[in-house]
Design a protein. Structure first.
Length: 486
């Protein structure tokens, strides 16, 4: 069985770990490889190398660093199909979605390639008589990245391209469930001419995460994953005096008003709730539909969900692939059982096992879901959707705002005043108007609120430039008397 190696100092190293975990193809249950749970000392050695490499990398001029990003970008485009197929194999999502994910990753590299502009400081030519102020941006050192399984390419690409192009060095811990894609990214970075030691991968789980949180040389941690783990990473990392941005779980609400284009809303809700098997931090989880159109909406939604093609993501027609692991499937079945027990109406039941192999759950729709139910409170992270009747926009916003998670929220309407009211009053950082997955392009920050984010500066956009740099402000006096007259 192939063992996933760590990538440290430009070399592929077999881990000395005693425990290795299988990496499954969730559609076929085939074991693709084994991934090591690397030891804390392996992590420490990688950070030491990244710290050493920082000394020279930070001195490389920003234009040269950006040119490496341009070459990396070309290689990503060359390998687009290979990357997408790798995502579908180890994550399970449909190939079309995997191609979309690769494209999102490429866009982050495009953003990073603008480093010479992004890294510019600010100046004021006169802050006092003959005195000016100039602000310079510098890289901060070694950055640690901790990634989830659901976007093996896009999420690491939110982190390392920008961190390294700004002059930092990087140690990535990919999800132990999807480590193969990251390894391919490392080979492309090397081919693009990135010096050894600037980008490193240490595979594993808790020990590697704790190693990153504790190592004195790690100056910043970018984390993306579930709420509880993000809270732990944020508390521990900041207690160890590191900068931490932790993008965490979600329970995204969607409101559909009576004047909305119902066909458009249904098409988008189907994609947002059931695409990527609901394993998206921007997935639609709870829908509130204005009572006047409720019956028409729910009937059409259920019919559309029944027509979804389930299967191996590699098959051309597949829309809905498997969940990531057998345990995720079991967990989802338990949530569906619990929803029924707690009195919600199960309008579409996806529990039936569809194939001999694979961790599939078909689209599932609940009605009459109340705030005291587990299926309302918890992020299920599966193709399970709750649909409720609402009296109007105000009630819908109130319900959404009562949740502790506040990543994204969507509104379907043609009423400009309703759009403005929604924007001003909803507690969520990423809003969609008449669309289903409002994940911002990489030039904007990925801006979750409340327990969907811990930290100050978000991933992507201008926030990320600030997160991966620190500043020097020079206040300089240039006395007129020093100029010879003549
Ligand atoms: P997860 O929290 O289980 O794992 C994320 C990372 O943390 C992994 O690398 C994992 O190895 C590590 N980890 C897990 N448990 C740990 C522990 N106890 N101690 C230390 N490290 C630990 O998340 P996941 O299941 O891989 O990903 C799904 C979650 O990620 C969902 O909650 C989803 O909403 C969230 N997510 C959020 C965003 C966002 O932008 N807010 C984006 C993508 C995914």
């Amino acid at each position: 069985m192939a063992r996933v190696k760590n990538f440290v100092g430009g070399r592929w190293l077999e881990s000395t770990a005693t425990f290795h975990e299988p990496v499954y193809n969730p559609a076929t249950e085939e074991i693709l490889a084994e991934v090591p749970h690397s030891t804390q000392s392996e992590l420490e050695a990688a950070v030491d190398i990244a710290e050493e490499s920082f000394k020279s990398w930070a001195q490389v001029d920003v234009l040269k660093r950006a040119r490496i990003m341009f070459t990396f970008h070309e290689l990503l485009i060359r390998d687009k199909k290979i990357l997408a197929e790798l995502i579908t194999k180890e994550n399970g999502k449909a190939l079309a979605e995997a191609l979309g994910e690769v494209q999102r990753g490429i866009e982050s590299v495009e953003f990073a390639a603008a480093a010479p502009s992004l890294m510019m400081g600010e100046t004021l030519s006169a802050v006092a008589t003959d005195v000016e102020a100039i602000n310079y941006k510098y890289p901060i050192g070694v950055v640690g990245g901790i990634a989830p399984f659901n976007f093996p390419m896009m999420v690491p690409c939110w982190m390392f391209p920008l961190a390294i192009v700004l002059g930092n060095t990087f140690v990535l811990k990919p999800s132990e469930k999807t480590p193969l894609l990251a390894a391919h990214l490392a080979t492309l970075l090397q081919e693009a001419g990135l010096p050894d030691g600037v980008f490193n991968i240490v595979n594993g789980a808790h020990d590697v995460v704790n190693g990153l949180l504790e190592h004195r040389a790690v100056k910043a941690i970018s984390f993306v994953g579930s709420q509880k783990v993000g809270e732990y990473v944020y508390k521990t990392g900041t207690a160890n005096l590191k900068r931490v941005q932790a993008l965490t779980g979600a329970k995204n609400h969607t409101l559909i008003l009576k004047d909305a284009n119902i066909e458009n809303a249904i098409k988008n809700v189907i994609t947002a709730a059931f695409g990527s098997a609901g394993e998206r931090c921007m997935a639609a989880a709870v829908i509130g539909v204005e009572e006047e159109i409720y019956d028409e909406f729910i009937d059409k939604l259920v019919r559309a969900a029944q027509n979804i093609k389930i299967g191996n993501g590699m098959d051309k027609d597949t829309f809905l692939g498997p969940l990531i692991r057998k345990e995720s499937r079991m967990r989802t079945v338990n949530y569906i059982n619990k929803g029924v027990e707690e009195g919600a109406v199960l309008r579409l039941d996806g529990r039936e096992q569809h194939f001999d192999k694979g961790y599939f759950i078909a689209p599932t729709i609940f009605e009459n879901v109340t705030q005291d139910m587990m299926i309302w409170k918890d992020e299920i992270f599966a193709p399970v959707l709750s649909v409720n009747k609402i009296k109007g926009l105000r009630e819908g916003i109130e319900l959404a705002n009562s949740h502790t998670l506040a990543n994204g929220a969507c509104l379907y309407t043609n009423n400009a005043s309703a759009i403005r009211y929604f924007r001003e009053n909803i507690d969520a950082g990423m809003l969609g108007i008449n669309l289903g997955v409002p994940a911002p392009v990489s030039f904007f920050a990925f801006s979750g609120w409340k327990d969907s984010f811990y930290g100050d500066l978000h991933a992507n956009g201008k926030d990320a430039i600030e997160f991966y740099t620190h500043r020097k402000v020079v206040t300089a006096r240039f006395p007129k008397e020093d100029i010879s007259h003549g």
